[in-house]
Design a protein around this ligand. Sequence first.
Ligand code: SAH
Length: 277
Amino acid sequence: MNNAELYQRSNTLQKRDALDCLEEYKKKLNWKNYETVIDIGCGDGSVTTGILRKFLPNDFKQLIGCDISDKMIDYANMKHTSDYVKFIVMDIAGNLPDDMKGVFNHAFSFYTLHWIKQQEVTFRNIFKLLAEGGDCLLVFLGHMPVFDVYRILARSHRWRYWLKDVDKFISPYHDSQDPEKEIRRMMCKIGFSSVEVQCRAKSFIYNGLDALKRAVKAVNPFNLPEDCLDEFLEDYVSVVRDMKLIENDDNVESSVKVNTNYNLITVYGVKRTTLIT
Ligand code: SAH
């Protein structure tokens, strides 16, 4: 998950979903002049500058990408920094630096919050980052077959040791019956207003097993020895095959299709602490 170069070549699914959600919410986002924006879990920075940046008004004050991984931030700073865009290391589930609190008019996060177990701490921190009247748009995974594949592999003799921490890497909402209600309740408790939570079925097709393997490798959270990786990816594909998610399996690679049906959660909320009269 730390390989920025590989990630930015294999995040087509993540980019498509970021773009769709921004398109859907762009009218709702309440832009004013000279505003400050944060992208939480910016990874390699390609979504921050290649997608999110295009939805910002021209006169924004600053766009900050933050990520827990210093490797991702080094890469993002090398490739995507400019006068008004910078990247910093920050754990959104940790203690926030004081100078980040109450600063941001808009907070975004794409494909990150499902990596984090401490959901309430994280949402509280997002609330703290926002200035009065600021809003957030957060996009992350609910149910996703990838997590079932991880679980199956974690039970196998071959991968049990390396995948012993599997639960750490499964979305907190993968098994939820009603993630919308759970998240809405948590956000209202924290103090967010105008809360909207949507959990929607989406699908994505990987053209060929190599595309699937590249995507799996790019987000692989397990600390596997380098020389086991190809074998791991082969076993990953076998599980996907057993789950009957591969079409045209016995055909040439170019016609093989891998279907992924998953739930994407989109959250919008506003920090309004003073009453409007
Ligand atoms: N937003 C990018 C990257 C998503 S990958 C995109 O849409 O393509 C998820 C990123 O979340 C990774 O770079 C990972 O390092 C980061 N991340 C995971 N836990 C985090 C945390 N607690 N705080 C900040 N970033 C985190």
